[in-house]
Design a protein around this ligand. Structure first.
Ligand code: BES
Ligand code: ZN
Ligand code: ZN
Length: 488
């Protein structure tokens, strides 16, 4: 998809069709020229409604207000309305209300995210016309400055949305085609594509050398060898170091604590945290961010076999902590435990792990929201603030001392599951907390994306399947962090 920004008046621009936004029930705008037909068509101009008038070559879309996600959702629906047409160019005016660049970003993100499809495995592909959006700054006065700003906004929105779609592609790829080795190949390809990115891949020999006993146990029964992946982006004079750790279970069968078949379907998505981290570093480089960024991925499969790790086993993590296994389906936290120990050795200023960690998080928040956990309320708030502007829904799940005690083991330092069935998203995070050294507690955030990372039905501008959860949230957050730093 291509985008152009222009100061030309909307009615002087040549295009195959025009998109017009209507703010709920408000039909007074100069771009709304088909009012008379709306009644006849039963178009009530209520939020989320779309009206395509082929003879006028116009598509009307209704938003409640000019909130970013209102715009993203309607743009995606308007594109769906013209999906089968041959229209190549679409013109749209950006409105003055709100910040103009905000609106432009939302239009671009809605268009790129909403028109994603995963048809690599379909013999018959849907025709994909390369469309071009012409965004007019018709309503703006101070055009010189606005055009400059608008172009920057366009670039950043394109990078962020494309990084999200890049993540969706990896997550949607079936498990036999996205094994740990293949995931490492994707990481290596990033390093090939961008000179600024370096990539290290460790095999099981490396895991043994690093004493990653928990990670190794999870990976043991698979035919596909595990991979440890470390990507780094170190711009000159970087002030802060961010480390993103991703859960990369290329398949989670549950292991000997086998999942029921219904729950096993879609577990190719258990690598979503890792794929999000790859999208984040790709986006960060393209945005030319000034912070140092590392991505650590623990990639393996949780399978069954004669050599599976078992409930009752006691594992030893990289930092020497012993872990009693009571359920082999609580495997993500074991892989992450070792990866977090490694990540801490990089001395991060900010340490963030992304994982499809618990079904309990989905039960608590529903499928569409991300769970955010940590010790530092200020840090949590800053991430949640950026997230809400990025369009990703999230909620804070608070720790407490009572939940922490539920992880006690009689025979080891900690047990891999809680003794209670309640509060599972938080107890999983508290398990990870055991591996975060004291001086890093306030720098750490745990992000459970088990709900939105992969949803079976389309929602908003997201397709059925992977949504790239975590990518937009993190990139908005990194950008906001830089903006705040520059102002201080
Ligand atoms: N990968 C799953 C969590 C998950 C569930 C992700 C649903 C996406 C959708 C994780 O490894 C798991 O199985 N967790 C268990 C933990 C339990 C055994 C304590 C769960 O949530 O049931
Ligand atoms: Zn599991
Ligand atoms: Zn899992």
């Amino acid at each position: 998809m291509k985008f152009e920004i222009t100061t030309k008046k909307i009615n002087t621009i040549k295009a195959d069709c025009e998109f017009v936004l209507i703010i709920e029930k408000n039909l007074d705008h100069k771009w709304i020229t088909n009012k008379a037909e709306f009644k006849e068509l039963g178009f009530e101009s209520k939020a989320e409604e779309v009206c395509f008038l082929p003879h006028a070559k116009k598509v009307y879309g209704v938003v409640k207000d000019l909130d970013r996600d209102e715009i993203r959702i309607i743009i995606s629906s308007m594109l769906k309305a013209i999906k089968k047409t041959t229209y190549k160019t679409i013109k749209i005016g950006s409105y003055v209300k709100n910040c103009p660049v905000t609106n432009i970003k939302a239009i671009v993100e809605g268009a790129i995210l909403g028109s994603y499809s995963f048809d690599k495995y379909k013999s018959k592909k849907e025709s994909s016309i390369k469309r071009e959006f012409i965004i007019s700054l018709d309503e703006y006065e101070d055009k010189e400055i606005k055009l400059e700003d608008a172009k920057k906004a366009l670039h950043s929105a394109m990078v962020i949305a494309n990084a999200t779609n890049f993540t969706k592609d990896i997550v949607n790829t079936p498990p036999d085609d996205m094994t740990p080795k293949k995931l490492a190949k994707v990481a290596k390809n990033l390093a090939k594509e961008y000179d600024e990115i370096e990539c290290f891949v460790g095999d099981e020999k490396f895991l043994k050398k690093e004493k990653m006993g928990a990670f190794l146990a999870v990976a043991r029964a698979s035919e596909h060898e595990a991979r440890f992946i470390h990507l780094s982006y170190k711009p000159k004079d970087a002030k802060d170091r961010f480390v993103f750790v991703g859960k990369g279970l290329t398949y989670d069968s549950g292991g000997l604590s086998l999942k029921p078949s219904d729950y096993m379907v879609s577990m190719k998505s258990d690598k979503s945290g890792a794929c999000a981290a790859l999208g984040i570093i790709k986006g960060a480089v393209e945005l030319n961010l000034k912070s140092e960024i590392h991505v650590i991925i623990g990639a393996c499969e949780n399978m069954i076999g004669g050599n599976s790790y078992k409930p009752d086993d006691i594992l030893k993590a990289k930092d020497g902590t012993t872990i009693e296994v009571q359920n082999t389906d609580a495997e993500g936290r074991l892989v992450l435990a070792d990866c977090l120990c490694y990540a801490i050795e990089l001395k991060p200023d900010y340490l963030v792990d992304l994982a499809t960690l618990t079904g309990a998080c989905v039960v608590a928040l529903g499928e569409y929201s991300i769970g955010v956990m940590g010790h530092n309320k200020e840090l949590i708030d800053s991430l949640m603030n950026s997230s809400s502007r990025s369009g990703e829904l999230c909620a804070h799940l608070p720790f407490n001392r009572h939940l922490k005690k539920l992880l006690k083991s009689d025979v080891a330092d900690i047990c891999n599951i809680s003794s209670s069935r309640y509060g599972g998203a938080i107890t999983a995070a508290l398990f990870l907390d055991k591996f975060i050294k004291d001086e890093y507690k306030d720098r750490w955030l745990h992000i459970d994306i088990a709900g939105p990372a992969f949803v079976n039905k389309e929602w908003g501008y997201n397709q059925a399947g992977a949504s790239g959860a975590g990518v937009r949230m993190a990139l908005y957050w990194l950008k906001d962090h830089e903006y705040k730093k520059e102002r201080n």
